[in-house]
Design a binder for this molecule. Structure first.
Ligand code: ADP
Ligand code: MG
Ligand code: ZN
Length: 644
């Protein structure tokens, strides 16, 4: 089975330090051995030479004088201060030394050698002081020095390995994708949906392809483009696609890769990255997850901010420092645009902002089609249906869905991916893998069944809640059971009524446990968290509380607005208490609403719960039949008016 994981291969452009290609330990041993071998051969050569010179017997000057006087010497060859003495009788050679700076004849005269005797000796002065002579005389000095020098050089090579690393510390760790690299090429064709984003970016592609056209007319092309969107919406993919479309080099680095333990490293990496890109121009620099370095400065969050701030400053400086005609475009991606430093967003920097939304039904279908390309499908596969059933899925979720389906098929030894594989994968991606081994006791099973039935009935009765697609008491991920609800259509905005109904549905399980079992378990704790968070958002973010009125007390990210540090509330203790009161009012109202529903629809609830205990999973069709039998109307698209 093919499982194309088309994650692009990465080229690391930073050169590894020389000699670092083999593991450092082995390289060290190898070089040490080499050094030893060279050392021993030098030593043996030297000892050979010195042995050769030692083979000649050395005599003192006085002995030489005596021998000359006795007429035993036939010839003396003077090489520098060395004397080679040849004797008459056997032609034996001996060596001696004369005093430096004094002529041999003078010396010999001082030893009382008669001129007569001296004249019989053939004295020959050799200026040519041969290589061997020099070598022999210098070796004792030069060889140790050479050895020490060699040793130092050898050591320095070792240190350089480490030193080079320290040196490359400041180099950017950007991965470069070459425009000619076909295996990693991504184009707009590989990105589904995102129509507006692609439209915006086409302009950038145009510029990179044909900058002259724009520059001639004096157009200023944006230097910085910020891609914003939820995780997995294809920001990274789209940035690659721009480079692929334009056929330019692509330098990609993640914001967190700038930051090291040492102050200044990040800034130097930024500098290096921009230099690299300018050399490779036209090029795109892509800084992924820029919020890692680009957060509002001066918040004191996380302490030790110097490094991050310096890095950010350097990015700002570089953005200002290059001219449009350098044909380098900086793209950045974040899913937290709200925490970015305003300085990054001002004109001339990341002034072009492109938002990537979660894909709608049609986009989801396209994305599924893209990822279905290399997969063999059974006839029954209906991607339209899968797209319908996956609202809220990001591109990455859909990719993972396809992959899971292929894995399922492969595990069951089938050659084709079937619709059932895809459907099962939806739940797997949404809720985590099934935990069939997680066996509930009879009591737990009953409780879970009623709990889930409570969610399901509440969701079916309340007009603004999403309809139920599936109920199950097979545990998945961390949940003991689950109710799968799907909106009738994609929605971008949520209304207050929807929020209120959602809160009520979340409380369904809690209320049932309390009303029927007259006890509470830890089961609904997550439900309560979800419901409370929704209620808090209604009050503090969306102005949906009558009492608080139209006021946003918190930023989108759950943090106060205007870059104040975490925990700095902008409102008084009194307002804080009012918020709490409002939240608990919303929660209590919701609980009362659910209590009423449970009382009125006790029969459906029991039916569903008992059926769940029996079969563990109820699909949409069966569930709707139960509802209809008990006179609960089914939801149709037109029943829901969107309050926007
Ligand atoms: P982000 O950077 O926004 O978190 P990525 O670009 O890394 O998301 O997307 C992750 C994966 O999801 C991609 O590699 C791709 O396989 C898939 N994907 C996301 N969006 C799309 C899309 N619009 N079209 C096709 N595939 C997508
Ligand atoms: Mg990304
Ligand atoms: Zn629950």
């Amino acid at each position: 089975m093919k499982m194309p994981l088309n994650k692009p291969k990465k080229i690391i452009i930073t050169k590894p330090p020389k000699g670092g290609s083999t593991p450092p330990g082995r390289a060290l041993i190898k070089q040490a051995l080499l050094a030893l071998i060279i050392f021993f051969s030098l030593v043996s050569i030297y000892s050979l030479i010195s042995d050769a010179s030692k083979a000649v017997e050395e005599i003192s000057l006085s002995t030489l004088a005596q021998e000359i006087s006795l007429g035993n010497v036939s010839a003396i060859t003077i090489i520098g201060d060395n004397l080679e003495v040849t004797f008459i009788d056997s032609g034996v050679q001996k060596s001696s030394k004369k005093e430096t700076g004094t002529a041999l004849t003078t010396t010999l005269k001082n030893y009382d050698v008669s001129p007569d005797a001296l004249s019989k000796v053939n004295i020959d002065v050799k200026n040519d002081q041969g290589f061997m002579y020099w070598f022999a005389s210098l070796a004792p000095i030069v060889l140790p020095i050479a050895f020490i020098v060699f040793f130092l050089w050898f050591l320095s090579r070792q240190v350089k390995g480490a030193g080079m690393q320290a040196f490359t510390f400041g180099q950017s760790k950007a991965r470069m994708t070459h425009p000619d690299d076909k295996s990693q090429k991504v184009t707009f064709k590989d990105v589904a949906g995102c129509r507006e984003a692609k439209e915006e970016l086409r302009e950038i592609v145009d510029f990179l392809k044909n900058p002259k056209k724009f520059l001639d007319i004096g157009a200023r092309i944006p230097k910085g483009i910020l891609l914003m969107g939820a995780p997995g919406t294809g920001k990274t993919l789209l940035a690659r696609a721009v480079a692929g479309e334009a056929g330019v080099s692509f330098f990609s680095i993640s914001g967190s890769e700038f930051v090291e333990m040492f102050v200044g490293v990040g800034a130097s990496r930024v500098r290096d990255l921009f230099d690299l890109a300018k050399k490779a121009a036209p090029a795109i620099i892509f800084i992924d997850e820029i919020d890692a370095v680009g957060r509002v400065r001066g918040t004191g969050v996380g302490g030790g901010n110097d490094e991050r701030e310096q890095t950010l400053n350097q990015i700002l400086v570089e953005l200002d420092g290059f001219e449009p005609n350098e044909k380098v475009i900086v793209m950045a991606a974040t899913n937290r645009p709200d925490v970015l430093d305003p300085a990054l967003l001002r004109p001339g920097r990341f002034d072009r902002r492109v938002t990537l939304d979660l894909p709608d039904r049609r986009d989801r279908e396209e994305i599924l089609l893209i990822h279905a390309r290399q997969k063999p499908f059974a006839e029954d596969v209906n991607l339209v249906l899968i797209a319908e059933r996956t609202p809220g899925f990001s591109g990455a979720d859909l990719y993972s869905l396809m992959n899971e389906a292929a894995i399922l098929a492969a595990r069951e030894e089938r050659l084709k991916v079937s619709q059932f594989d895809l459907i099962r994968s939806i739940e797997k991606v949404m809720l985590g893998p099934e935990r069939k081994s997680h066996i509930l006791s009879e009591k737990e099973k009953e409780l879970t069944a009623f709990h889930e039935a409570g969610h399901a009935v509440t969701a079916s009765v309340l007009p603004y809640a999403d309809p139920v697609h599936k109920i199950s008491i097979i545990s998945r991920g961390r949940a003991a059971g689950y109710v799968l609800k799907l909106p009738l259509e994609d929605r971008k905005l949520q209304s207050k009524k929807e929020f209120l109904d959602d809160i009520a549905v979340a409380l369904g399980g809690y209320v049932v446990e309390k009303a029927i079992f007259n006890d509470l378990t830890t089961g609904p704790s997550n439900d309560l968290q979800v419901a409370t968070a929704l209620a808090r958002d209604m009050v503090t973010k969306y102005g949906m509380s009558e009492k608080m009125g139209p006021i946003a007390l918190e930023g989108i990210g759950g943090k106060p607005l205007f870059g104040l540090g975490m925990g700095d509330k902008e409102y008084s203790e009194r307002v804080s208490a009012e918020i709490d009161a409002e939240i608990s009012k919303i929660m209590n109202d919701a609980m009362k609403k659910v209590e009423k529903i449970i009382k009125e629809h006790r029969k459906v609830l029991d039916t569903i719960a008992l059926r769940l205990i029996e079969v563990e999973t109820i699909e949409q069709k069966e569930f709707e039949e139960i509802l209809v039998v008990h006179g609960i109307p089914l939801k149709k698209k037109k029943d829901i008016e969107h309050q926007t």
